[in-house]
Design a protein. Sequence first.
Length: 156
Amino acid sequence: MVENLFRRTTFLVPDARAAAKFYVDVFGWKTWYDNELSVDWRFPPAAPDGARAHLVLLQVEDPKVGMLGLLQYLEPPFDTAVPTKRSKVRMGEAILVIETREIDAVHQRALKAGANVVTPPVNWKVPSNDGKGWIQLRSMSLFDPNGIYMEVNVLL
């Protein structure tokens, strides 16, 4: 058994099904869970106890890790306006890092699906974890239609 396994990241979105469609269309991920439920006010601490929500969980190739959650409050207790035309991340935001074998095709599908592409695919390098070499990447940078930022990479 693995101790302290990081399983998924969940984002609050105004429409869980529409948000999920972006990732299904662009990356080919599969819907693993799609249900309405009553939330416990503590998880996450955002709405009253028993508030209704719609949760969609998407699964990538690995059966235990690499899941993305999209949570919609059906009667949201906060402003659900989606930031538009973003070009920079903000303090405290998550950065999704996605590895793909088809970055140029992902780029085209992301544009078609309404992403705000900040940087189209470019080749670059970062120091290796041991500091003795370089990791060669082809990467792109974008915000999805809900303003969620991600870097998409392929190792060269």
